[in-house]
Ligand binder design. Structure first.
Ligand code: BEZ
Ligand code: FE
Length: 294
């Protein structure tokens, strides 16, 4: 065995780590070691700096609970979550693009009738989201499930409210003509959790820790690629600096302001001013998405 020197150490380590029968694990570990060594060679950390990094990772792990995942948040702010999302959802440019799921989705949202409110008792400006779910051929998809979650009008998700829920989430189904109507309140921009190790790091930068106002959607229909995405409010001051890099141009939508006394997409007359958002979701066939991803 060659004795190690600063020059040959990376090659010696890489050679040892070829000793893995599983080819994918071998590929992953080879790349991880190569890039980690390259990082250390470039940065030349002092021993104190290296232990600071290890301490940060240790405290990041200790921050994680069944309700909080600080490593995912780190992956989000480093843009890695969006990169993994992009690699795994190489859809046609005509399809509604995907974006990160984020940490606030809660399974088993209540089933709501078309046009029913998912924001009963929540503060905020009334908001109606309406449109159609279609395939890339333009044909309407009836029976698609739209699972929505968002902040209330004060910027809080269910997990951040002292509530047994459900809060600001619901499951809707598209009608036979593909149409859907959601009744909610308008979300607002909010900060990612800043009281953990990610916040500690962000506070040492001049990077914005805000997310622009958005509504999360997971749209599913048999035979179609599962779509996890958001709709963002056009004009939001954080639209170009989203801390998790989730914004894509086709997902920016107009929140159209309607005066009090106007008719909502549900047919009801609303006696305060409200927003209407029009958006048609375009789903790619599952097989098509798999081919595009190859
Ligand atoms: C969110 O959109 O809910 C979110 C996404 C990534 C990090 C924090 C929040
Ligand atoms: Fe969100």
């Amino acid at each position: 065995m060659p004795y190690v020197t600063e020059q040959n150490l990376t090659d010696v380590v890489l050679d040892r780590w070829q000793n893995i029968a599983d080819p994918r694990l071998r590929q992953v570990m080879t790349a991880a070691i190569k890039h980690l060594h390259a990082f250390v060679r470039e940065v030349e950390p002092t021993e104190a700096e290296w232990f600071t990094a290890i301490d940060w990772l240790t405290r990041t792990g200790k921050t994680c609970t069944d309700k909080r995942q600080e490593f995912i948040l780190a992956s989000d702010v480093f843009g890695v979550s969006m990169l993994v999302d992009a690699i795994n959802h190489r859809l046609s440019s005509a399809a509604t693009p995907t974006t990160v799921e984020g940490p606030f989705h809660v399974a088993d949202a209540p089933e709501l009738a078309n046009g029913a409110s998912m924001a009963e008792g929540a503060p905020g400006i009334p908001c109606f989201v309406t449109g159609k779910v279609r395939g890339l051929d333009g044909k309407p998809i009836g029976g698609a499930v739209l699972d929505l979650w968002q902040t209330d009008g004060e910027g809080y998700y269910e997990a951040q409210r002292d509530t047994d829920g459900p809060w600001m989430r619901g499951l809707y189904h598209s009608q036979p003509d593909g149409s859907y109507v959601v009744h909610t309140v308008a979300p607002i921009a909010y900060t990612i959790p800043m009281d953990g190790t990610v916040g500690e790091l962000m506070n040492r930068t001049q990077i914005s820790h805000m997310r622009p106002a958005h509504i999360h959607f997971c749209v599913t229909a048999p035979g179609f690629h599962r779509l996890v995405t958001h709709l963002f409010q056009r004009g939001d001051e954080y639209i170009e600096t989203d801390v998790v890099y989730g914004v894509k141009e086709p997902l920016i939508v107009e929140f159209q302001k309607k005066p009090a006394g106007s008719k909502a997409p549900t047919g009801e007359v609303v006696n305060e001013s409200f927003y209407v958002i029009n958006y048609d979701f375009a789903l790619e066939r599952a097989a098509q998405a798999a081919v595009a991803a190859e």
